[in-house]
Design a protein around this ligand. Structure first.
Ligand code: PXP
Length: 230
C-alpha cells in the first residue's frame, strides 16, 4: 500500500504570522513583533513558520525575513510571488521552502491559485535555480488536474491546495457545494501524490472547518494564519 502523508508521519502545522506584521504596521510601532509571534508558535509546537513578503510590503518586510531566518529554530516557508526581485531574495536567504502565490495589489489576501499551466515555461525557469539552491518549492494552486500536472512538470516538490473556496462555502452553509469542493480537493491530493508531489493545504481554515481537510490522507502540512493569529 502506498504510504499516505499521515501514515508516513504526523500532519505538520505551519503558522502564518503575516497578520502580526499587519497590526504592527497599522500603528507604525515595532510591536507586535512577528519574530516574537513566531517564537511563541514554535514554543507551542508549530512545525514551521510561513511569512509572505508581498511586493508592496504591506505586512512582512525584508528585515522581518532576515530576523525570522536568524531567530527561529523551525523551518521558514517563505511565501512570495514569482518575480525577479523575490527570486533574488530567496536565493540570498535560502529558506527551507518557498511557496509561490499569485499576487494582486488590490486583493485583501491571496484569493486564487497560481495559473501554473498558463505560465509553465516561465515558472519552470523560475523554479530551477531555487531547486538547485536546495529550496523546496511549493505551488499554491487550486485542485484542477491541469494545474497539478503542470506543477509536477516544472519540478515543484510540493503543491499547496487552496482551501479558500471550500472554507467560504462551508461558512455560508452551502453544504452540498462545500462537499463537492472537498471531494475535488481529495481527488487533487490523490493525483498530486501519484505524480510524486508532496501535498499541503491552506487558506481560510478554522477550528470548525479544518477536520475534513486534515483527514485527507495525502495532506502532510496545513498552513494557517488569519484564524490562529486572530
Ligand atoms: N497558504 C497560503 C499560500 C496563503 O497565501 C495563505 C494566506 O496568506 C495561507 C496559507 C493562510 O491562510 P489564512 O490566513 O486564511 O489561514
Amino acid at each position: 500500500m502506498e504510504a499516505t502523508g499521515q501514515a508516513a508521519g504526523r500532519l505538520r502545522l505551519g503558522v502564518n504570522i503575516d497578520h502580526v506584521a499587519t497590526v504592527r504596521n497599522a500603528r507604525g510601532t515595532d510591536w507586535p513583533d512577528p519574530l516574537r509571534a513566531a517564537l511563541l508558535a514554535e514554543a507551542a509546537g508549530a512545525d514551521g513558520i510561513t511569512a509572505h513578503l508581498r511586493e508592496d510590503r504591506r505586512h512582512i518586510r525584508d528585515e522581518d525575513i532576515a530576523a525570522l531566518m536568524a531567530g527561529i529554530g523551525i523551518p521558514l516557508n517563505f511565501e512570495c510571488a514569482a518575480t525577479d526581485e523575490m527570486q533574488q531574495i530567496l536565493l540570498k536567504h535560502q529558506p527551507h521552502a518557498c511557496c509561490l502565490v499569485p499576487e494582486k495589489r488590490e486583493e485583501r489576501t491571496t484569493e486564487g491559485g497560481l495559473d501554473v499551466a498558463g505560465d509553465e515555461s516561465r515558472l519552470g525557469d523560475f523554479v530551477a535555480p531555487l531547486r538547485e539552491a536546495g529550496i523546496r518549492v511549493s505551488m499554491f494552486i487550486g485542485h484542477a488536474p491541469v494545474q497539478i500536472e503542470a506543477s509536477a512538470r516544472i519540478g515543484a516538490a510540493v503543491v499547496e491546495l487552496h482551501t479558500g473556496q471550500y472554507s467560504d462555502l462551508d461558512a455560508e452553509g452551502r453544504v452540498e457545494e462545500a462537499a463537492a469542493e472537498l471531494a475535488a480537493l481529495r481527488a487533487g491530493a490523490a493525483l498530486a501524490q501519484s505524480l510524486g508531489l508532496e501535498v499541503h493545504a491552506g487558506h481560510g481554515l478554522t477550528y470548525d472547518n479544518v477536520a475534513p481537510i486534515a483527514a485527507i490522507p495525502q495532506v502532510m502540512e496545513l498552513n494557517i494564519g488569519h484564524f490562529l493569529i486572530g
